[in-house]
Design a protein around this ligand. Structure first.
Ligand SMILES: [Zn+2]
Length: 165
């Protein structure tokens, strides 16, 4: 069976940045399982996997626009430290959901100055070109329930009993 919409694909992969640093991996004995064609992976990855066979291994270079996007200055906010009173100590790397006028954005504390805290809502891999080596460990037909939910169940996917959508 080939990778196509409505198949559940199990992949092993190594993700490196442009300098060759390993950012993430999934081993063949504990692969990532995802439902293809539902935007569960970054666009460049799903595109590269389309029509692949079980057992194939390949490399793909994914530019930011097909990965986690460009760095957006509009997603960086300077907040008064006073506003954090209730939250107690904030540290660099602390993550929380920021309520903006029209959205909720997951932000990370990037910098702390005397009385301001600079938070960043960009993905940590924004602006990065991603270098993947991917192996297709398995391809199977999705169940009607998986298609209804829009994600894979079972090993490597969303745990069947631990999600509510
Ligand atoms: Zn589900």
């Amino acid at each position: 069976m080939k990778v196509a919409k409505n198949t559940v694909v199990s992949i092993a992969y190594t993700l490196k940045d442009a300098d060759g640093n390993v950012l993430d991996t999934a081993d063949a004995d504990a692969p990532l399982a995802y439902l293809h064609g539902f935007g569960n992976l970054i666009p460049g990855m799903e595109k590269a996997l389309e029509d692949r066979d079980k057992g194939e291994t390949f490399e793909v270079v994914i530019p930011p626009e097909e990965a986690y996007g460009s760095f957006d200055d509009d997603l960086v906010w300077e907040l008064d430290k006073d506003q954090f009173g209730e939250l107690g100590e904030v540290e660099i790397g602390t993550q929380f959901v920021l309520e903006t006028e029209d959205d909720q954005v997951l932000v990370t504390v990037a910098e702390i100055k005397d009385d301001v805290v600079i938070v960043d809502g960009n993905h940590e891999l924004a602006d990065e070109t991603l270098f993947f080596e991917i192996s297709v460990v398995d391809v199977r037909e999705a169940t009607p329930e998986e298609i209804e939910h829009g994600h894979a169940h079972g090993p490597g996917g969303v745990d069947d009993y631990d999600h509510d959508d």
